[in-house]
Structure formats: C-alpha cells, structure tokens
Design a protein around this ligand. Structure first.
Ligand code: GLP
Length: 237
C-alpha cells in the first residue's frame, strides 16, 4: 500500500480528483466504484468544479456505488441514492444509464445483491475503487470480522450505526442492514484509493500503514493489493 499524507483536507481531495481524472483517460469506458460519507465530499466538489470550470466530461464513465442501506426508500434524504444525486450526479454529465447503486427498496435484497455483482462482472470488474473508511475499519458496509465476499446483504454493526446516526434523528432510525459490494469484489479492482481524514481516523490509518492484515479491520484486507494508495490527513475538513 502506498501511503500519502497530505497537509489538509483540501489537498487530500484535490490529489484524489487528479488521480481520478488520470484514471478515466486510460480506458474508453472506465468503471469506477464510488463511496458515500463525509470523507469524499471534497473530492466530489473538486470533480464538479473541473466539470463546470474546465469542461471536463464524465460522459464515458460507468459508476457503481459501494453500498446502500436496506431497507430504505430512494426518496429518503439519508439514502445513498439521494446522497449521490445531491452531492455529485446532479451536477455532472455521467449518463443516468451508467449509474449503478444497490436498490434499497427492492423486495428481495439477496437477489438484488447477486444481480448487482453480476452487473459489475458484465462490465468486466472495477477499474478504480475510491473508498472511505469507517473508524472501525469498515469499507462500504464490510464490517469487522467480515468474510472476503462478493456483493451481499449484511447487518450494520452497532459501532457503525452509532457513527452514522449523526445523519438521522436517532440511532433507532438507522437501517439495520445494507447491501454492500464485498471485499472480494473491491479487492479485484485494478486500482484502489482509500481516503481518510480527521483525528478519529488516525488509528485505522496507522493500522493500514503498518501493512498487517487483520479481518477485524476490513480495510487492512486491502494491504496486499498491488495498486492501492491511502491518502490521508489528520485534519478535519
Ligand atoms: C459509511 C459508508 C462507508 C463510509 C463510512 C465512513 O458507513 N457505508 O462507505 O466509508 O461511512 O464515512 P465518513 O466518510 O463519513 O467517515
């Protein structure tokens, strides 16, 4: 794992944006896995700026979001569907038919997970996976102790529910499950960028940086990936 420490959040976000822009030029139709959360907001803002001010087009890219709560309605302001529309997709030229997000309002989440994985395979896998990381080391919703798996339905751990409850009225409103791309699918990506910022994330940054692999900290499962970069800053936004 290549580890890059930046001097602030802005620098972390613009470096990630530059790597993203380089990567989308390599292939005609690059397939990118995208995260939600507070961490990638600066990256999305930077990509929107490149689109609006420098005419950068993302019309050739195909995106697969890492995860979605289950169950959740698309219109729910806490759904990752709304998050992505609000913070990225509504402001750029990615084609609607090229945007994939697990469907949190489907009736059969096991089937949905299987079909999502198949769609990724139909696109020949992920070229670039951009990831955030939870304080407990979760990636997407691959929680501590997770199996190295394909896209699946999973329970949200109590520590992640607590972390994510800041976006809801209370912890009881946080959905108990999620559909998440699995660690096997993520680790199969050609290139991986993990972003982390803020003092709360420094323990997990330390664990990833040391290169050990420990399934209690799912992010460390990516430590033997051949083309993975961790970009971090100890500072808040
Ligand atoms: C959520 C998402 C993860 C994300 C994590 C960290 O649980 N499922 O994909 O990486 O939160 O979020 P934040 O960037 O807000 O710290």
């Amino acid at each position: 794992m290549k580890v890059i420490k930046t001097s602030n959040y802005r620098e972390m976000s613009s470096l990630a944006a530059r790597l993203f822009l380089t990567q989308i030029q390599i292939k005609k139709h690059p397939v990118i896995a995208l995260p939600t959360g507070s961490t990638p907001l600066g990256l999305y803002e930077e990509l929107i700026r490149y689109h609006k001010e420098c005419n950068k087009s993302y019309a050739n890219i195909i995106t697969f979001n890492l995860d979605e709560y289950y169950p959740i309605k698309k219109e729910d302001s806490n759904s990752y569907y709304q998050f992505m529309m609000r913070n990225f997709f509504n402001h750029v030229d990615i084609k609607k038919e090229n945007i994939f997000i697990p469907n949190g309002e489907c009736s059969d989440p096991l089937k949905e997970a299987k079909e999502y994985e198949q769609k990724i395979k139909n696109h020949k896998g992920i070229d670039l996976a951009i990831l955030g990381v939870g304080v407990n080391g979760h990636i997407g919703f691959n929680e501590p102790g997770t199996l190295i798996d394909e896209t699946h339905l999973t329970d949200i751990s109590s520590s992640t529910a607590r972390e994510n409850s800041r976006f809801f009225n209370n912890i009881l409103e946080v959905p108990t499950q999620a559909i998440t791309m699995g660690m096997k699918t993520i680790a199969s990506a050609e290139k991986i960028i993990i972003l982390a910022n803020g003092s709360k994330k420094m323990d997990i940054v330390d664990k990833i940086s040391k290169g050990n692999i420990d399934e209690n900290y799912p992010a460390t499962l990516l430590n033997n990936h051949k083309n993975a970069t961790l970009i971090y800053t100890p500072y808040e936004r």
